[in-house]
Write a protein that binds this ligand. Sequence first.
Ligand SMILES: *Cc1c(COP(=O)(O)O)cnc(C)c1O
Length: 439
Amino acid sequence: MSEAVQHDWQRRSLRAVWHPCTQMARAERVPPLPIARGEGPWLFDHQGRRYFDANSSWWVNLFGHADPALNDAIKHQLDTLPHVMLAGCTHEPAVRLAERLSARTRGVLGHLFFGSDGASAVEIALKQSFHSWRNRGQSDKREFVCLKNGYHGETIGALAVTDVAVFRDAYDPLLMRAHIVTSPDQRLGNEQQALDDLRTLLRERAAHIAAVIVEPLVQGAAGMVMHAPSYLRRLRQLCREFNVHLIADEIAVGCGRTGTFFAWEQTQPASADEWPDFVLLSKGITGGTLPLSLVLTTDEVYQAFWSEDVTRGFLHSHSYTGNPLACAAANAVLDRFEAGQLVSNQTQAALLTEAFAPLATHPAVAHLRQRGTILAFDVQAPVERFSERFHLAARDHELLIRPIGQTVYLMPPYLIDASTAGFLADAVQATLQEVLHAA
Ligand SMILES: *Cc1c(COP(=O)(O)O)cnc(C)c1O
């Protein structure tokens, strides 16, 4: 447990591992932090120093690291059936998971297709939407609409409906053309304009449009850009009016992040008509233990593929489709929600609100905002490479955090009590002071 061990892992990693979302030349200057183990919200390096995982390891972790209940569920499944293919076979963890998620939509989204990562769920939903229209004789409906600054993953299809320049620009020549419309942003108060913009497009192109894809309530990668449930309700109506599918990408905002299990529930859907045609989950669904993604869809979409003709079926698969270990972890996650997790999340969100309230008057802080356990603010000060500096400075305050541009955000595991909320607010404030002072 020494500095030498720590540096050895850094050196070997830089030589052999190509890190994600990283300019490797820059990684020489900001070497990756070797993590030896995790426990609760804490990550420990080889020198025994600890870091609070304030971004839940890219938004996947819900109940802390090495959670005993999740680990037990996976270990039990590991000794029973680690994997079997889901074509021609089925298994208890997949069936139970599908039934339980369907029940959470009151049966409206009663058909579940399994993917591996978030991006694969996006690919599946785009293909299912297009193919279902095609099977119904509307093969002209092959275009997609996404929101400005929206993020849906980085495979070629998902990237085509992603509007984040750093991820997208280099691959632009490879991508199918999607329509990008104004995104609602409570900082700008532009909900009406966003809807008008979409209406104009649909009026002109709806006969060619298969679906609109949206991140409900919070556009994560855009920098935690938030909008009201009223936008989603009106978006739903608009898509019905023009006969276009609506895909709710809840990969980041699902699983209780925004206060309800599905963010969409905050639109208070009263009938089947008021749910999306597709809901996507990944990230938190296994509590940050194993990769898994899910596409939930309606009977209407499902029935479009129902035929004696094989080619009208949805012939899509990944090798690990419906992996039993990942499904077992997801079932253990759902157990927590059935045991009252959302009530606890409400308390935790309120503790964060209270602890961070003083930041609202900080001269360099703008737009302090929150949805459930996602809290964010924008730093208005000319600091070069702000995100990198903040990330590095925070390490000295036992905080692992990665701002997006000038936006500092927290999306912690659901383990917030008064003392951790206070710790986070203090560590963020101290880091901010240091970064502003050094600039
Ligand atoms: C992370 C994310 C994805 C992509 O998921 P991966 O597992 O990284 O492929 C898609 N949509 C949203 C909203 C996300 O936050």
